[in-house]
Design a binder for this molecule. Sequence first.
Ligand SMILES: [Zn+2]
Length: 429
Amino acid sequence: MPALDQQHLVIDSHVDSSLTDNIKVDPKVDPNSKLIELFIEAPEMQRELKTKATLLRDFTDVQYYTDGSLQRDPTSLDSMGLGWVNVNQETVCFSASAILWPSSTKAEILACLAALIVSAPKAQVTLFTNSAATIAGFDNLNRLMQQSVRKREKTPNFQIWMTMDYIIRELDLNVIMIKVKAHNGDRLNDRADTLAKDAAFHAPRLNLNYLALPELALGLTCDNLTVETSSRRCIKQLFEAKSFYDTLQLQRHADLETLTSQQHINWSSTSFMLNHNTSENDRASTSFRQHKLRAFKYKLFSDELPTLVRFKIRRPDLYPEDACLNCQRQPETQTHLWSCTSHQAKWRHILNQAADLCYHIFQQHNQRTLPTKEAVLQLIHESRTFIAKGIMSQRCFNFVHTHIHSETTTHMVIAQVYNFVYRQVFNNI
Ligand SMILES: [Zn+2]
């Protein structure tokens, strides 16, 4: 029955044509749009980047100034801003913001990625950047892609690097990065710098969909946030944070918890100080002297110094009395050790000596912005309650940090002064 067959065919072809109408397959799919849709999450940002890609479509030799900026925000989340300015067409520029695992390098790499994703296929791309770390990471890209997942994971921002590598391969770009000096007076470099700085807190967020990468089979999320760092390190840090939180919840640390929530304690510096035991005369880290100092600091920190009150609780048969032997007025608690009237003169003397030492160290490290001797003396005396608890105040850290710019050196200076005080207290009180 030929008539029926023919009718059948007509129906089939009709179905076919309606399908193709819906999909609208363009024989030459624009590879930039494809990548933008694949990796960029926000639809508005997709549209913006597609427009830039269209504007730059005809440039086979394309150049950008890129910049990233990290803006600290002590009250909330640190934010990163990133931006690029196109050299071929200066009106074409882009900026965005990003958060989480903030670093100036991450901001810079994202800026480079945002420039590459709009570059025309097969183009020769030159990126001018002031970030040496980004250039080093880019030079290492081939090696990174050959590493095992486990090894690759340890490289900071590995997902962004992998995305960048994928974009370069898909668009068949030839990319070179050139180091420029920051604030060198170059007009476009300065514009990229301003774009990035202004973007940090105001521009729309650039979120990348890493799972779109064929090479990345698994993404780790925590509270719906993609973990953009080594999974091992992240889990370790989470558990450390949890145990730190649990420690703070202990009754003996109630005051520490209050101080922490009011941001009065600098914990990284406190931890450095508690563990820093070497001195000029004693560089080995395992001598008895240092072991004693370390034990003293930890006992002080956890309110476990061997005071009479503690002895009385432990061995009431041997220690029936817990009154301070020096003043006979109050029970000898750890707090009383510092406030006992009979120690006040010695304690003041030790703090004065510590202030001298601190000032002397400032002189060694710094020529320009030296604080006055009175200011240092006041700082040390005002820090006495913190010193007595084995913790570091945020105020003390900030004071030293404004005069000694390196953070590591700041930790070291404060630890030296604290260690001096503890050694004196240990030997004299
Ligand atoms: Zn006393």
